[in-house]
Design a protein around this ligand. Structure first.
Ligand code: FAD
Length: 396
């Protein structure tokens, strides 16, 4: 193999792809990773920071392992466009970079205007999403810590698909855990646009009944349409408005902005349609889209573990193509999502997804995966180890 690959976005998908293209090509393919952030701050485990259990520093890692151990060229910049005919990436600071193959992994974009008034409320700090980990994660924790005892924490969930199906339920549980200890008169109210808890539903509901009765309330079919920052009131399509003190409103989501701007997010302008054997875009040749930006196959979550798994399949396909070989026709992906339900106990869901040549999609392998019997501290140790392992696999 030889050639030049540019990777846009150094998150779970992009950073893994950069490393594995170097490994699979035995260092023969030149890889440049474009990422504006100085360090990798993990969304997985960030709900522990929101819930006051861990510090942001503990979920932050450097990018330097990729350059030191694997020879990835790190460019701290933001890609503003590409020329697919000339195969050039344009950077914000003015440079252009040529590529033979491009990996596009820009994560998600929050569609703020899917909730009327959200943009204005965000601008004054009245609302914070913290659905991309970083300073907002700390700011949301501070809002909760500053809330009066008796104030309500509202978290709203958009219709699926969105980033991390169990993430909002984990966050609600960890905030309830914090309130139980520090503000016993306060409540968490989950306002879910979906009809029911869409991930680990039975497990979460059992925990809410046994550990957070009277503290956490779940309301399905509650699609938020607007927010009034002055009165801290959330409005819905049908139901009566609800007032709260800390508002964590998650709007609809779509592929990262660059994928949308380029038209690569060709499905309703929201998600990128890819060939699942190679993760190459169906509308832009030589552009491989991975991670949360893609249209997922049935029962495939938008998760960091999945993005890491997409990255390895895409990296192998790219190195094969640059070597003149046929890519593996039947790739396999796997996923485990751990969710903390308090500071120590965890539940998980796992699955294996195999490419089905006839249906041209990934299907879950029968008998693979499943969910926990119930929350345990042992799974709490597994969850923290999972994070250490995936950070090492992605970055070191
Ligand atoms: P990201 O990891 O978001 O990476 C995208 C990167 O692209 C960013 O670094 C961004 O700066 C960069 N970027 C964007 N545009 C450009 C551009 N134009 N130029 C250059 N760079 C650009 N997943 C799990 O597997 N397990 C969990 O326990 C889990 N918990 C979660 C909890 C929370 C609260 C949240 C919010 C998410 C959680 N997830 C979890 C989901 C996981 O974070 C995402 O699925 C994962 O980050 C997707 O990877 P990605 O590479 O697509 O996007």
């Amino acid at each position: 193999a030889k050639g030049k690959v540019v990777v846009i976005g150094g998150g779970y998908g992009g950073a893994t792809a950069a490393k594995y293209i170097r490994l699979f090509s035995k260092g023969r393919v030149e890889v440049t990773l474009i990422e504006p952030n100085a360090q990798f701050v993990s969304c997985p485990m960030s709900n522990l920071v929101v819930g006051g259990v861990r510090q942001l520093q503990e979920i932050t890692n450097p990018y330097t392992g990729l350059s030191k151990h694997h020879g990835v060229k790190l460019v701290r910049d933001y890609a503003v466009g590409i020329d697919p005919d000339k195969r050039l990436v344009k950077l914000k600071q003015g440079k252009t970079l040529p590529y033979d193959k491009l990996v596009l992994a820009p994560g998600i974009d929050l569609i703020h205007n899917s909730i009327e008034g959200l943009e204005a409320a965000n601008a004054t700090g009245a609302t914070i999403q913290a659905w991309k980990a970083g300073p907002d994660t700390i700011a949301l924790h501070q809002q909760i810590a500053g809330m009066r005892d008796g104030g309500n924490f509202l978290i709203s969930i958009p219709l699926a698909p969105y980033r991390c199906p169990p993430g909002p339920y984990e966050r609600a549980s960890l905030v309830a855990n914090y309130l139980k200890q520090h503000k016993p008169k306060s409540k968490v109210i989950i306002l879910d646009a979906n009809p029911d808890v869409i991930s680990k539903g039975k497990l979460f509901k059992a925990v809410w009944e046994s550990q957070y009765k009277g503290i956490l309330e779940y309301r399905g079919n509650h699609k938020v349409t607007g927010v009034d920052a002055a009165t801290k009131t959330v409005k819905f399509e049908f139901e009566e408005p609800v007032q709260g003190e800390v508002l964590n409103l998650l709007p609809d989501m779509r592929a990262g902005k660059l994928a949308v701007d380029l038209g690569v997010a060709n499905l309703n302008g929201r998600w990128a349609d890819v060939n699942y054997q190679t993760f190459e875009s169906k509308v832009m040749p030589n552009v491989h889209v991975i991670g949360d930006s893609i249209q997922v196959a049935p029962l495939m979550p938008k998760s960091g573990h999945m993005a890491n798994s997409h990255a390895k399949v895409a990296a192998a396909a790219i190195v094969s193509q640059l070597s003149g070989w046929e890519p593996n026709p039947t790739p396999l992906l796997n996923n485990t999502c751990y969710s903390y339900i308090n500071a120590k106990e965890v539940i998980h869901v796992a699955s294996v997804h195999a490419y089905n040549a006839e249906k041209k999609t990934f299907l879950t392998v029968e008998g693979s995966g499943g969910v926990s019997a119930g929350p345990t501290e042992l799974e709490g140790q597994y969850a923290w180890s999972w994070a250490q392992n995936i950070w090492a696999d992605t970055l070191v």
